[in-house]
Design a protein around this ligand. Structure first.
Ligand code: HPA
Length: 275
């Protein structure tokens, strides 16, 4: 299913630009339970998604649906607090609309964040994992369809996760003394959590963590030439590794518990990117 209409993204950017005239340099997408980072912004303009034309809203708990434009870590940033997921029934054009809007607003780089289940045994609940590569197992791709003018059909994904942005994350983690794991994110459609057999399959495929977002946004952003980085908050042990059933409440609670480290690392990361 294709990307959003460029005219719709442009109209959304005009609405945001009227409310927040100074353009952002870095975009952030805040995942499940991780939206509190937006409270860090100073001089912030806050715009509910309902006031941005064509911007899809998320009905999932922990996804506020507010765009924040302001300053943090010495950077002018735009934060999407909440995203639309494919499992909610959104077409790909809606799933990636927010990411395309960040690009249209002028963001040269976008940091995507998410909650994920830990497959790699070293990833305990609360771990922060820099995503260095992904497996798109959603069966979907926003780049399917006519190629929009000036875009490439066969995009390179060798370094989809920007090497310099990853290096900046490692420096920020070291400077703050915050443990930062690294690994491969498997993006699935959801909305069910996986079966233990599926988790064993994902482990065999080389996945470190599993979630239900991010990969489609990365594809859209890479085609737009935007530099991408991503970080997971491991909110639970994946099915079968954990002996207890998984719940969205557990996911949100662990994300809330990791809030302080997540906010500190993200802020330091933005400062490093500016250097
Ligand atoms: N599986 C898929 N998505 C998730 C998980 C999980 O275990 N935890 C948080 N998002």
């Amino acid at each position: 299913m294709p990307l959003p209409e460029p005219s719709a993204v442009a109209a959304a950017a005009v609405a945001v630009g009227q409310a927040a005239p100074v353009p952002p340099r870095i975009g952030l997408v805040l995942g499940s339970g991780l939206g509190d980072f937006a409270d860090q912004l100073s001089s912030a303009v806050r715009l509910p998604y309902s006031q941005i034309p064509s911007m899809p809203t998320s009905g999932v708990a922990g996804h506020a649906g507010v765009l924040h434009v302001g300053e943090v870590g010495g950077q002018r940033v735009a934060c999407l607090q909440g995203r639309a997921h494919a499992y909610e029934g959104h077409p790909d054009s809606s799933v990636v609309f927010g990411a395309c809007l960040l690009a249209e607003l002028g963001c040269e780089a976008v940091i995507l964040t998410n909650a994920a289940g830990g497959i790699d045994p070293k990833l305990r609940p609360g771990a922060l994992m820099l995503i260095t590569d992904h497996l798109n197992l959603t069966g979907r791709n926003p780049l399917i369809g006519p190629v929009q003018a000036g875009r490439e059909r066969f995009i390179d994904m060798t370094h989809a996760y920007d090497l310099q942005l990853c290096a900046a994350a490692r420096r920020a983690a070291a400077a703050k003394g915050i443990a930062l794991d690294e690994g491969v994110y498997a993006g699935l459609l959801g909305p069910n959590y996986e079966t233990p057999a599926e988790i064993r399959m994902l482990a065999a495929l080389g996945a470190s963590a599993v979630g239900m977002s991010t990969v489609l946004e990365v594809l859209a952003l890479r085609q737009l030439g935007v530099r991408v980085a991503a970080m997971s908050c491991v909110t639970n042990l994946a099915a079968g590794i954990s002996t207890t059933p998984l719940t969205h409440e557990e996911v949100q609670q662990t994300a809330a518990d990791a809030r302080e480290r997540f906010v500190e690392l993200l802020t330091a990361w933005l400062t490093e990117i500016g250097h």
